[in-house]
Design a protein around this ligand. Sequence first.
Ligand SMILES: Nc1ncnc2c1ncn2[C@@H]1O[C@H](COP(=O)(O)OP(=O)(O)OP(=O)(O)O)[C@@H](O)[C@H]1O
Ligand SMILES: [Mg+2]
Length: 279
Amino acid sequence: MIEIDGLTFQYDGAASPALKDISLSIEDGGFVGVIGHAGAGKTTLAGAISGIIPHSYKGDFYGSVKIDGMDTVDNRLTDISRLVGTVFQDTDSQIISSVVEDELLYGMENFGVPRGEIEERLSFALDEVGIPQLRNRTIASLSGGQRQKVAIASLIALRPKILVLDEPTGELDPGSSRQVFSLLRRLNSEYGMTIIVIEQKIMLLCEFAEKLVVMNRGEIAFSGDVRDVLLHIDELREIGVNCPRVALLSKLLSEKTGRQLPAAVNIDEAERMIKEMIA
Ligand SMILES: Nc1ncnc2c1ncn2[C@@H]1O[C@H](COP(=O)(O)OP(=O)(O)OP(=O)(O)O)[C@@H](O)[C@H]1O
Ligand SMILES: [Mg+2]
């Protein structure tokens, strides 16, 4: 379980805090989407969960972040990263090897994965992400999207309990973005991994995540079940988050009919809702 309590963080040299008095708990096995305008503090929040804040970024840190009861300030980054795997927004800074296979091997060797498990984990991770054919390719020859997939595969091979992904589909086309989210869903439902994903594509979050955290200027503006958060369409728009059109449709239908309809999160639900109304 992740417990964030009264977390305020100000980067050294910054004029104001990037995170202001954040409190949030994330249950084991949750699938949480984080969204918000540029500079809202999403990456900083991800960094605080993965421990790189305050271990790698200096600044004023108040409050606490605990991962399974382990305080991120009092524990070493290497110990935290056994529980929390992070795919950074800038994946290029994360990849250190020059060949795909080596990148996965490096992480596993560092984590002391038993020899007998290495090959199985390696092919499992490449298969799950859909890149077995890239195994012997050089990193330099890959596209941005392929590199993002390599970064994700490297973490899957380590089997962390919690996976934090900072805009993992930033370089991907719509089809590959859905593939990544389907993979996250599988990791979540089949392996019970807790997934925390920062994502600008709200349709994807609404379809795949259970909970949404909406950030605004270093604070949590809304947090809760996707459907409940989507009821705040107007307030969300004011802070730069545009709800999917299906949610807008539910709101308009609620207003027109005087019935409080739950927010639809995908086309199928919207279709069902309209059919019911017509019937
Ligand atoms: N290393 C740093 N040093 C100083 N200030 C920083 C640093 N990194 C981020 N900030 C500032 O902290 C605030 C939050 O940044 P953060 O990167 O967490 O936002 P974000 O929501 O991830 O934005 P984006 O959508 O652009 O990725 C911003 O005002 C940013 O300028
Ligand atoms: Mg960011």
